[in-house]
Design a protein around this ligand. Structure first.
Ligand code: DGY
Length: 298
């Protein structure tokens, strides 16, 4: 019988691989074959469903290199007694930075301006050129008052914004938040309850000058309804880092001038991704050494 081994589904930062190597684990790179391995270190793009988990004849942990675990069938993992871990906390600030960056970029038409300059359309300062929205002193509605939502609220403080929060148990009701906010930023996990939390009805409740920001998960927003909202002026603009059927975009989304698009890079700083890889690896090592798993998802 071979020694303990871990399947790492795709290349991850060296910092994580070093921890696995130092613990004496055999690393099998690539793919999702879990038969004959003790641990799976996977990504949010890996669909870890019941069938896959059932193949894991000696699987002792599924360590997701992400805070979200909506790619994993947690109920099946529980039924099979396979612990699942994630990488919370470390990506809070980086993701909040990106959410605020998208908010500013959408409000101040930064991508439109960049294109104009590059394509030679900038012929000089003009009083009406590139008019966007004021941010300071406006109202920011944050849906999901977890760590990232609260980190976005801290940034809004510097812009002297009024912050409305909605959460399962606290804050203002969703309808009121949508009606009162100039900016709405999403920070809930994707669950059956939050799937299409923002659909046609909710978008129509928002103010015509409002900006929607999503750095959480694409399916929280009904993306086809969002395209219509942006085309027909139910809201003014959006900043999106995540998409409903990633990496595909809803028809028409990429043609809109009033949306800023990013390729799911909320946590993509060198430091954050290194820490995420390290934490995922530490969870694997703990599980295989029979120690408490630091970031067990319950
Ligand atoms: C996560 O971790 O869930 C983010 O979406 C990617 O860093």
């Amino acid at each position: 019988m071979s020694g303990p081994c871990v399947r790492v589904s795709a290349p991850i930062p060296e910092a994580g691989l070093r921890i696995l190597g130092r613990a004496g684990l055999e690393i099998r790179m690539g793919g999702l074959e879990v038969r004959g391995v003790d641990a799976l270190l996977c990504l949010l793009t890996d669909r870890v469903d019941a069938r896959l988990l059932e193949r894991g004849d000696r699987l002792k942990i599924v360590a997701n290199m992400a805070v979200g675990t909506d790619n994993i069938d947690l109920a099946a993992a529980r039924r099979l007694g396979i612990p699942v871990s994630n990488t919370p906390d470390v990506l809070t600030e980086a993701t909040a930075d990106l959410a605020f960056g998208l908010l500013l970029a959408a409000a101040r038409r930064l991508v439109w301006g960049d294109r104009l300059v590059r394509t030679g359309g900038f012929t000089g300062w003009a009083p009406m050129l590139g008019l966007g929205m004021d941010v300071v002193g406006r109202t920011l509605g944050i849906i999901g008052a977890g760590q990232i939502g609260r980190a976005v609220a801290a940034r809004a403080d510097g812009f002297r914004m009024e912050v409305l929060l909605t959460d399962k148990n606290a804050g203002v009701p969703l309808a009121e938040l949508l009606e009162r906010s100039d900016f709405v930023s999403l920070h809930v996990s994707l669950t059956p309850e939050t799937h299409h939390l923002i659909g046609e009805r909710e978008l129509r409740r928002m103010r015509p000058h409002a900006v929607l920001v999503n750095t959480a998960r694409g399916p929280i927003v009904d993306e086809c309804a969002l395209v219509r909202a942006l085309q027909e002026g139910w809201i003014a603009a959006a900043g999106l880092d995540v998409f409903e059927n990633e990496p595909e975009l809803a028809p028409g989304l990429a043609d809109l001038p009033n949306v800023v698009l990013a390729p799911h890079i909320g946590s993509a700083t060198v430091g954050t991704r290194n820490r995420m890889a390290e934490i995922a690896a530490q969870n694997v090592v703990a599980a295989l050494e029979g120690k408490p798993i630091p970031n067990l998802v319950r």
